[in-house]
Design a protein around this ligand. Structure first.
Ligand SMILES: [Zn+2]
Length: 669
């Protein structure tokens, strides 16, 4: 597992009709009954929203989902073809993809096997007699992808970015976040009680009685609530200093006297590790106390539950459906996705770079790579000027900022080296076994990097993902092949639209290097202050403005956006739009830009910005995202950002005040 909380992406869980108008401007997405003065998002996207209701099996529906689904269809065709060939070379990637897919699609086999493939695991839990037996099981389960007790993996050392270190972080919960256990909010309390009944139902499905299942659920809730109490909130985890505590193995051992780290590390072939980052020392202290106050029998129930919870989606239909019914509380989806879609996603997730290589070879155009690289250079120039002209910044800080910008690397499309999957055993006998083998293989691959020099050519996301990210430890932005498609990037669209859409994405990632978190890392990717005290104070006041602005937005009455959680992403959005706008104005394309259906080039640019986020979302999903997602809701990514941009207000001739004009204007970059 790669434990980097600070890989900042343009979107989170979310994912074309490729385009409506011949010019790629998508004027038919506009709802002319809405006023750009009151709600630009609704004006720019209202007709799209009306014409694109959320399909039953989705929690939200947006341009990302449409591209995601198209991508799944392409990759599914490839997987299906490979699965039909039973004579592929054993151990080849084609055989691995084809056989993996075949086991997931074989409904008859899955239903016949039920949960029997988990029995060996259940038995190994059953044989546990002592606390040390239980502890010996932990690394084995974690390597399979079972979330027990805590998370363990590798990360770049925040303060020595050339080192790859081991890291232990809070974890072990069955619900997505601590607040679901602790909050007095009614909707979260409801989810808590649904979770309890879900655990009961799942245990009954694997043969336990009603009364035993009820006892089990209570024991599990008790353990997880104690872990939740010791966990940091989402907002607290945004501070890199709060989750960075380098300790020697001896120090970690003293922190948790009842967990034997030397045995744990030895089992993971990490016996040589001398020190690690313990992200949340208080969590581990509390965990240690729990290890000796909870009975071994209850720990066994907890472990068994997490095995079931982790793998239910890859078992027979009754278990898959029970798992889906519980997920509905978070997603609001009305229907389970068809099998091919679930299986494609699983294979894609397990063999991500192998699938990505196929995508790039068959669908990616080198031409778009060159065009996007040119745009990145233009945006970098805009950022350089912005820093040089910043009136609030002293010369010393400017110098460091320019150095960081200069050192920032960019990667577009796909990695120069492809990782291989030699030695991963995938067979036609069991879907869940394939899932487990792939997780073990991928986790071993990650852990083997601990203690090795950092590989700066490594990518954290596979190229077929519809996304982009900035990694502060690498000081590098990565634009994945998957996002270089309409409506984000369309070589045939007017330049204004491309600058508003992909230009915005590029500027967004670049600004992450200088948002409230990125600004704490220097050009070499080290957590090290490069600001004068006065400049940092001014910068904090500016981000505070964004934080307050977004805290006033709500997704439904009583459910407010967490300004402190979204401040980094909202800063990147605001910076990204401004940089893309400046780059557009300095480009030769701007000189040639023309009116289209009465829309000026600037108006087209801002439509391009808004169209990136055209989407609909179910209330359950909106609530989940407000709790977990560091990105603002789609509507406010547009309206909240544009309300701080005077050239937008001029382009649409808006009055001096109103919902689309934020006062005082927040200015960061
Ligand atoms: Zn982002």
């Amino acid at each position: 597992m790669v434990l980097n909380r600070f890989i900042l992406i343009i979107l989170f869980i979310l994912p074309v009709e490729l385009y409506a108008s011949a010019q790629g401007l998508n004027l038919d997405w506009i709802d002319k009954t809405k006023s750009p003065q009151e709600d630009f998002y609704a004006y720019a996207n209202g007709a799209w929203q009306k014409n694109n209701p959320i399909p039953m099996e989705y929690s939200s529906w947006s341009n990302f989902s449409i591209l995601q689904k198209n991508m799944q269809e392409k990759l599914n065709r490839m997987m299906l073809d490979l699965s039909k060939n039973e004579h592929l070379k054993k151990g080849s990637i084609e055989q691995q993809i084809g056989d993996f897919y075949a086991t997931g699609m074989d409904a008859e086999l899955l239903n016949q096997q039920g949960y029997s493939k988990l029995n060996p695991l259940f038995e190994s839990i059953q044989t546990v007699k002592t606390l040390s037996d239980f502890e010996a099981l932990i690394p084995k389960l974690q390597m399979m992808g079972v979330n027990v007790l805590f998370s363990f993996g590798r990360m770049q050392d925040y303060k020595h970015s050339d080192r790859m270190i081991a890291a232990a972080m809070q974890g072990g919960l069955g619900l997505p976040d601590r607040d679901y256990y602790l909050s007095s909010d009614k909707k979260k309390a409801k989810i808590r009680s649904l979770y309890e009944s879900h655990i009961r139902e799942m245990f009954k499905l694997v043969g336990e009685s009603e009364s035993v299942s009820m006892e089990y659920a209570k024991a599990i809730l008790k353990i997880e609530t104690a872990l939740a109490k010791a966990s940091l909130t989402q907002v607290e985890q945004r501070d890199p200093y709060a989750i960075y505590h380098m300790m020697t193995v001896n120090e970690v051992q003293n922190l948790t006297p009842h967990f034997l780290w030397s045995d744990y590390l030895e089992q993971l072939h990490l016996g040589a590790v001398q020190s690690m980052n313990v992200g949340m020392p208080d969590f581990f202290k509390a965990l240690d106390h729990l290890l000796v106050t909870i009975t071994v029998d209850d720990w066994k129930i907890y472990a068994r539950w997490h095995v079931l919870h982790a793998f239910a989606d890859y078992l027979s239909d009754p278990l898959v459906q029970a798992s889906f019914r519980f997920d509905q509380a978070f997603t609001g989806a009305k229907k389970l996705q068809p099998r091919w879609q679930r299986v494609e996603a699983t294979v894609n997730n397990s063999l991500d770079f192998a699938v990505g290589k196929y995508y790039v070879e068959h669908y990616f155009s080198e031409k778009s790579k060159a065009q996007v690289s040119t745009m990145i250079n233009e945006i970098r120039q805009s950022f350089k000027q912005t820093i040089e002209h910043a009136t609030w910044m002293t010369a010393a800080t400017k110098k460091s900022a320019l150095k960081k910008l200069d050192l920032m690397t960019e990667r577009v499309g796909y990695p120069e080296h492809w990782r291989n999957y030699h030695g991963l055993i995938i067979q036609r006998s069991s879907f869940v076994e394939n899932v487990i083998h792939a997780a073990e293989f991928n986790n071993q691959y990650d852990l083997a990097k601990i203690g090795q020099p950092v590989d700066r050519t490594e990518w954290s996301m596979a190229p077929q993902t519809i996304n982009a990210y900035y990694d502060p430890s690498m000081n590098s932005m990565t634009i994945l092949a998957g996002i270089l498609q309409p409506p984000f990037f369309d070589p045939s669209a007017p330049a204004a639209v491309n600058y508003g859409a992909i230009g915005f994405v590029l500027g967004h990632e670049m600004t992450h290097g200088f948002d409230d978190q990125g600004a704490l890392f220097d050009g070499e990717g080290n957590l090290k202050n490069w600001w004068t005290e006065r400049d940092m104070k001014q910068f904090k006041a500016a981000t505070q403005c964004i934080q307050e602005q977004f805290s006033h937005y709500q997704v439904e009455p009583g459910v407010s956006v967490q300004g402190k959680l979204v401040v980094g992403e909202a800063t990147a959005d605001l910076g990204g739009i401004l940089l893309a706008y400046q780059a557009f104005h300095r480009s030769s394309a701007y000189q040639r830009a023309q009116l289209i259906d009465g829309f000026t080039p600037d108006q087209q640019f801002f439509l391009g910005v808004a169209h990136v986020w055209a989407g609909n979302i179910r209330p359950e999903q909106a609530r989940s995202l407000v709790a977990l997602d560091p990105h603002p809701p789609m509507k406010y990514r547009v309206n909240g950002s544009l309300a701080n941009i005077p050239v937008f207000q001029e382009a649409y001739h808006l009055k001096k005040s109103g919902p689309m004009v934020h006062e005082p204007r927040c200015v960061i970059w």
